[in-house]
Design a protein around this ligand. Structure first.
Ligand code: IPM
Ligand code: MG
Length: 404
């Protein structure tokens, strides 16, 4: 099958269309396109944003898996790699170049690695890689961030929780992604009347922003086990009082979904006390950021968790929830599974290609069943592999799942 793939898809690497960017010593961006457009195949344009740290390593592995699963399901991808985050700062001085934003908007889906690193940590806020991430989320209007946290039986020992608490956990965190305190105005650092420096942000949600994320969450819960827990801080925050009111009002439209509410401090505690009680969680931007990191650890490693960011229309953005891990960057130690699983989410939620998505998910489970583990999920008795080798094992598993 591999040989067959090679003869039919000749990967051609051509300089990107932005000469000002490509002339630079930095290698990115390149457009990688399929030389031979195979008739009868559905074609999709995918923007790749490798970013920083381990981002390029995990994206390169996930791209191959995406391409192979797609090919086996009659799909053809046209990949365009664009600079983003710290890599873009080094290249053109901004974390989200105009060209990257335009390419992303024009594609069918975006697969992102990770951004950030020590090098840019002291930059002014608008020149930090993180601003690129916030801006691309805003530009694409991807307000709904789906972060699944599932404990795979193969990895239950990697969880920091006791086996009986961790096993069977299967939840979806629906995080609001383009509003709240992350984007609220006014914000800033100023001097108060006592001449003292003060920093401030605004947690703000309009009714329509709450309604649209709540609808995504109700729909998500409906397709899962029918339980939705809305997490807020309505005992203290006005924005949360409105949040709870709007979510409650929508519940009558989803009589098949059982809605509950929980304060965020309690939710943080319940997640480690009894995580199995959760099916679908819906929450605001900042609480979702924090709770999804917490939930990831239940599954064994943040290196396992993918995410999908979706809007009402336009392309979705798919990324692992882990960061750029500069401490292990370039050492072939990263766990590529979160990015590979993000590619599966891209197929499922971004393109509606469920069969190809399932192929990838099954292949990941298969590689784990065979005992392959990167360092973050390693336990004695398994085979320790690097990022590339894990990718190759997943590729082999995809290949072995070829439909007859
Ligand atoms: C995440 C990250 C980002 C966030 C950072 C890198 C801006 O932590 O995707 O969870 O806070 O949203
Ligand atoms: Mg986070």
């Amino acid at each position: 099958m591999a040989a067959f793939l090679q003869t039919n898809i000749g990967l051609e690497i051509v300089p990107g269309r932005y000469s000002s960017l490509t002339d630079h010593k930095f290698r990115a961006p390149y457009r990688i396109r399929c030389a031979a457009a195979s008739p009868g195949r559905k074609r999709y344009n995918i923007t790749l944003l490798p970013g920083d740290g381990i981002g390029p390593e995990v994206i390169s592995v996930a791209k191959n898996v995406l391409q192979k699963a797609g090919f086996l399901q009659g799909l053809e991808f046209h990949f365009q790699e664009m600079p983003f985050g710290g890599a873009a700062l080094d290249l053109v001085g901004v974390p989200l170049p105009e060209e990257t934003s335009t390419a992303a908007k024009q594609s069918d889906a975006i697969l992102l690695g990770a951004i950030g690193g020590y090098k840019w940590d002291k930059n002014e806020k608008h020149l930090r890689p993180e601003m690129g991430l916030l801006n691309i989320r805003r530009d694409l209007n991807v307000f709904a961030n789906l972060r699944p946290a599932t404990v795979l039986p193969q990895l239950v020992d990697a969880s920091t929780l006791k086996k009986e608490v961790a096993q069977g956990v299967d939840m979806m965190i629906v995080r609001e992604l383009t509003g709240g305190i992350y984007f609220g105005e006014p914000r800033g650092i100023t001097i108060n009347e006592n001449g003292e420096e003060v920093g401030f942000n605004t947690e703000i949600y309009a009714a329509h922003e709450i309604d649209r994320i709540a609808r995504v969450a109700f729909e998500t819960a409906r397709k899962r086990r029918g339980k939705l827990c809305s997490v807020d801080k309505a005992n203290v925050l006005d924005a949360s009082i409105l949040w709870r009111k709007r979510v409650t009002a929508l519940a009558s439209e989803y009589p098949d979904v059982e809605l509950s509410h929980m304060y965020v401090d309690n939710a943080a505690m319940q997640l480690v006390r009894d995580p199995k009680q959760f099916d679908t969680i819906v929450t605001n931007n900042i609480f979702g950021d924090i709770l999804s990191d917490e939930a990831s650890m239940i599954t064994g490693s943040i290196g396992m968790l993918p995410s999908a960011s979706l809007g009402e229309s336009g392309p979705g953005l798919f990324e692992p929830i882990h960061g750029s891990a500069p401490d292990i960057a370039g050492q072939d130690k990263a766990n590529p599974l979160a990015t590979i699983l993000s590619a599966a989410m891209l197929l499922k939620y971004g393109l509606g290609e469920e069969k190809a998505a399932k192929m990838i998910e099954d292949a990941v489970v298969d590689a784990l069943n065979k005992g392959f583990r990167t360092g973050d999920i390693y336990s004695p008795g398994n085979k320790l592999v690097g990022c590339k080798e894990m990718g190759e094992e997943v590729l082999k598993s995809v290949d072995s799942k070829v439909p007859v």
